[in-house]
Design a protein around this ligand. Sequence first.
Ligand SMILES: [Zn+2]
Length: 600
Amino acid sequence: MIPPSFIQDLLNRIDIVSVVEKHVQLKKAGANLLGLCPFHTEKTPSFTVSSVKQFYHCFGCGKNGSAISFLMDYAGLGFVEAVHELANSAGMIVPDDDQRITREEQEQKQAVSLVQGEILARAEHFYRRQLRQADEAIAYLKRRGVSGEIAARFGLGYAPDGRDGLQVVFPDYAAKELQEAGLVIEREAERKSALSPSRYDRFRDRIMFPIKNAKGQVIGFGARVINKGEPKYLNSPETPLFQKGSELYGLFEARQDIRSAGYVLVVEGYMDVVALAQLGFPQAVATLGTACTPVQVQKLMRQTDLIVFAFDGDRAGQSAAKRALQASLPYVTDNKSVRFLFLPSEHDPDSFVREYGAEAFEKEIKNAMPFSEFLFQVITRETDLSTLEGRAKAQYVAKPLLQAIQPSALRLQIVGKLGELTGTASDELESILGLAKPLPRKKQLRPRESRPQIVSLGRRVARILLIYPELVPELEEWERSAIEQFDPDDARTLSDIVNAAHAIGENVSYASLIEYFRMAGWDYDKLIAETKDSRDLDMAAARRQLKDSFRQIRIRLITGELKELMASGQALEKRQYVLDLQNEQRALQQQIVEEDTSLS
Ligand SMILES: [Zn+2]
């Protein structure tokens, strides 16, 4: 894990305005900057960036966060990737205590990535130019209905048929970097001979599909034979830049379209992605010759709330679908869902659209099988639910699957249905399956939504401390212990904030606190949204409000205690104590009044 103090240093070093400005046009509006939101479609700007708070917030769609979360949401990067990206731009090295990589190793790794990135970019350029003169390749693409525009969108190219075509762009054809980048293959020593060269191009006489990362840099290639030949598809080997299991073909190109479509379509091959874009489905991406992995699902879920997996209806399709189901389990929740589209076995998405038309395909997507339905197919496949053994087996098969799903209303529904099918009561089934109860933390913010006008004292304190976590170290001992006296929900929120502020250390700020919550997986979106009107509050005023709130809670406590003493008839017996409490109460009230008058 990256130390929270490093996140804080990083957020101090970079400026969110310059990070956002690379992608969104901003103009000054009062204390903030304003622009068109990159996360939803709008005509009048409601996306604000505060350089004081190092924070962005969209009043239209509610997206908000720091420079780190902006990169995560905008470029679809993971948290660690986003931190590395920003650190690079600020010339900082991310400490990594897990892998114990030294600074030199880290720098060397970065240098290697840089060189490989340049080599791949040069190769891509070369392949693209080659396509112009490759009649057969052009004829093939035309046959598949690919226009010049779409070929350009995906940067399609052609690898010529020579042994060492790349020699043209890489005069130092023997360089080891070419092999490391996966562009050439080195023949094993014992098979070398004077007649055959020891090194040759990996990709020959193939259509080239550059694979890009979230930033649009080429990190590898997919390649397809033009007519006959084996293998039909060939990928770059895994390199430090390119890991098949965590990249998706076409994601960079499709980002905007996924947003406007409201879902992403996951297909099996590059050619499907290109053909679908041509046929009016630019929101498609493909896995890279492997079954879908959890990392890929997570990446997609950052861009959209709905993934539609499209599979051929054959056996291979079924097993790929099952793998995709498993990869999705940890990410499916009440508002993030997955659907499965099974095409007739003789069709892939491309041929289906050609035969039945775009509208029919759209309908198929709409009617794709819900996650839960496919889950039950998997659970009950080859089991006879009319026998006791069959029902027990269904529960046995279901156990690891349901355990992987986050506690949610959806999981509750699934358990309910399984209970019906297997004749077991839901709560009994939950204990048989060893399902953890939903975490109260995720729900803690909900009950207040119905009555937003009444803000509890604890909530007010939480808002202030969230905006000014700098004030946490200033809390006095009695104030800290008073936190437990707030409503249980507020108390938990407050101790989360206090603990996070301590973990981050002395330079804690609003932005780093929010990143800490994200890292910890705590859902504080609602509280963050509530602070949008008070972000301009200055620190002195925040400090006063904070003190005031704690005084009020203390007064409440004292009042309660006094009442109890009176009611239980102990007031006389503990006379001195009662007097002390009364004095303290009076003093606190006096302080509140003084603060008020000094303000006016
Ligand atoms: Zn927005």
